[in-house]
Design a protein around this ligand. Structure first.
Ligand SMILES: C[S@@+](CC[C@H](N)C(=O)[O-])C[C@H]1O[C@@H](n2cnc3c(N)ncnc32)[C@H](O)[C@@H]1O
Length: 304
């Protein structure tokens, strides 16, 4: 099933209430597949406002497409202190800059719509990857409801920068077979929806906790109450890839003291699991038995 008019505005039917726009777009999504899903790929040049992932902070960790779009932008609406100002300085010298922090959808959507409809090249810049704790889709739905197309340009999420800083992998043979991107309970997440302890309890999961710097002590205390081994490694990477990046390494039992000593309350990624140390893994099948099994008829070594 395809959507014949994926970009058709519906503002007239529902007014400009963003929640009504989100609901209407959701309904359309359930009914019909957006044509663009099969016609376009991530990385393609597209019509509309790109939601660009700025990456974790270092300007060199922005994608080539993201850089091109920023350099051609008239207006960049960015995620304030979550985006390293070096990225803005490096690539947005010619653009008007608007900080989105403290602005609601009712303000942001008309701001972007008006600029776009007035012929400006508008870029919405999110930190890391916009699809990870980015609240991008609600803005995109509200824009599309007003007849302004929008699309994603992915970025390097902070968990990937943190694992690079730690010189380890998030998945590691025999140590970590899975990765969870999660956040702890708080204003947004109820106690029942907090699964940090479940992921840690699975044993072979690397648990990457976003939006949890302020709650490291409570999170670690809950893990201890739930009976998890206090020796499980934990890393807290503050401002991964920024000039003031800092790495704290400890365990479930010790990390809270280190975070409090350092005074971090935000902007860090907390990684729980044996993969933090990069120790204890075994060589993989990929470069062992499987590599030696010969090529198939097409000359390929096999699938992924
Ligand atoms: C609103 S979320 C945005 C996440 C972002 N979309 C991403 O993909 O990284 C903000 C949280 O991401 C994490 N974060 C973002 N940038 C970071 C960085 N450079 N270093 C460490 N953590 C970061 C922190 O946990 C922060 O509280």
């Amino acid at each position: 099933m395809t959507d014949p008019n994926p970009n058709e505005g519906g503002g007239a039917e529902t007014g400009s209430d963003p929640q009504a726009a989100i609901d209407a777009r959701g309904e359309r999504r359930r009914e019909a597949l957006d044509d663009r899903i099969t016609e376009l790929s991530a990385g393609d040049e597209q019509e509309g406002i790109p939601f660009v992932g700025a990456g974790p902070g270092d300007p060199g960790l922005l994608t080539v497409t993201g850089r091109r779009l920023l350099e051609g932008a008239d207006l960049v609406v960015h995620a304030g202190s979550l985006v390293n100002s070096e990225v803005l300085d490096a690539y947005c010298a010619d653009a008007d800059l608007v900080n989105s922090i403290g602005k609601d959808l009712e303000e942001l959507v008309p701001l972007m719509c008006d600029a776009y409809e007035g012929g400006e090249a508008v870029v919405r810049l999110h930190s890391g990857d916009p699809a990870v704790y980015g609240a991008a889709l609600e803005q995109m739905d509200a824009l599309e409801h007003e007849g302004v197309p929008a699309y994603f340009v992915p970025g390097v999420t902070s968990a990937f920068a943190a694992s690079a800083t730690l010189r380890t992998q998030l998945t590691l043979n025999e140590v970590a077979n899975h990765v969870a991107f999660t956040r702890p309970r708080g204003k947004t997440l109820s106690e029942e929806a907090d699964h940090v302890s479940d992921f840690v309890g699975m044993g072979d999961v690397t648990t990457c906790i976003y939006l949890g710097t302020h709650a490291v002590r409570e999170t670690m205390e809950r893990l201890l109450e739930d009976g998890h081994d206090p020796e499980i490694p934990v890393a807290v990477v503050y401002h991964a890839s920024w000039p003031d990046e800092d790495v704290l390494v400890g365990t479930i039992g010790t990390i809270a003291d280190r975070v409090e000593e350092a005074g971090y309350r935000a902007s860090a990624l907390v990684i729980v699991g044996e993969a933090v140390t990069g120790a204890g893994y075994e060589r993989s099948y990929l470069y062992g038995d499987w590599a030696n099994r010969g090529s198939d008829a097409d000359g390929r070594a096999g699938s992924d």
